[in-house]
Design a binder for this molecule. Sequence first.
Ligand SMILES: [Zn+2]
Length: 115
Amino acid sequence: MGLLDQISFRRAVTEPPQSIEINDKNEFLVAWPGVLSVIPALRLRDACPCASCIEEGTGRKILDTATIPADIRALEVKPVGSYAVQISWSDGHGSGIYSWETLRRISGVDEQEKG
Ligand SMILES: [Zn+2]
């Protein structure tokens, strides 16, 4: 088995965060194993992965960032099974389910590690 085979068969499993908190600057503090990411609420809302914000199939973004209130904040962060959280926002939107993979991608911690 060559190296490429090993890579393609390797499963990308995102470990769940150890904690998710919201600070007084309205940022999400997500503690991943070994790394803490800070995600502004606006960025997280803007990256909502639900079907009314992202077109299914194409992955094209439908949500217009300009329509998000600058003072957007999370009203509720609810666990979904052991793989995601559902966030209800102050603009009335609450259908976005953020899997750990999505949350990790938004947090950008892996991009920082790559340099
Ligand atoms: Zn959405």
